[in-house]
Design a protein around this ligand. Sequence first.
Ligand SMILES: C[S@@+](CC[C@H](N)C(=O)[O-])C[C@H]1O[C@@H](n2cnc3c(N)ncnc32)[C@H](O)[C@@H]1O
Length: 262
Amino acid sequence: MGRPAALRFEGDRARALEAIYLTPDIVAQRETVLEALDPRPGERVLDLGVGPGLLAAAIAGRVGPGGSVHGVDLSADMLAIAGARQHVTGAAPITLAQGAVSALEAPDGSFDAAVCTQVYEYVADVPAALAEARRVLRPGGRLVILDTDWDSIVWRSSDDARMARVLDAWDAHLVHRALPRILPEHLAAAGFEGTVVSVVPLLNVGGDPRTYSGGMRHLIAEFVTGHGIGHAEIAGWLSDLEELAERSFFSLNRYLFRAVRP
Ligand SMILES: C[S@@+](CC[C@H](N)C(=O)[O-])C[C@H]1O[C@@H](n2cnc3c(N)ncnc32)[C@H](O)[C@@H]1O
């Protein structure tokens, strides 16, 4: 199913992503995910595609010293960033492992809850990954997923045709550019029940660079120049976004799924 994800979460890109995850936009998104997951004291929680470990650290604070958090990620560089976070007194221990979310090493039924934010859209075989999430959850265990639908993007530009070319090229950064709309049927097919869906919008109006779109424009520029967009065109795209400044407008929807393993 699909082609392999093209965006590699390594080196400077891993650090850039961590900086974006510290913007108020993504701090608020993390709070929303945390509320949906509702980790309780003593629970064992799995973070699938743990990335820089910011969500895992927040979960560890909620489950406390009687619980545990385990993070899995393909990227050694992401795991290094996650592993460098200081342990907070009163928080659960966090263990990390390198691996794919579609082939987990954990035994059956070993977690009370699992969370997967902005990861399944990069995974070629989503049914296999959901089957693994179901396998490692105990009966009654909760799964929370967040993914983006890139058709929902609204981004002001002085050259809409150029913006469309850049976003077309950006589509190659992931496997599924519009996963949320088909995720409910994948969840049902994997044996999850009670799926509840909500929308988590990102909205940046004005020129503040410390926003999701303020950070992402540089990651997008770097990626698309290797994927069919020339240096001059991307320079023009970036300077247009700079010049729009206070007139900037960016909006993108993420979708949050809660489901239960019966
Ligand atoms: C956009 S980041 C999201 C990180 C984190 N979940 C968050 O929201 O803060 C995507 C992460 O998924 C990881 N990843 C992508 N495909 C994966 C796979 N098949 N198995 C495990 N991790 C994967 C990447 O290495 C990267 O750290």
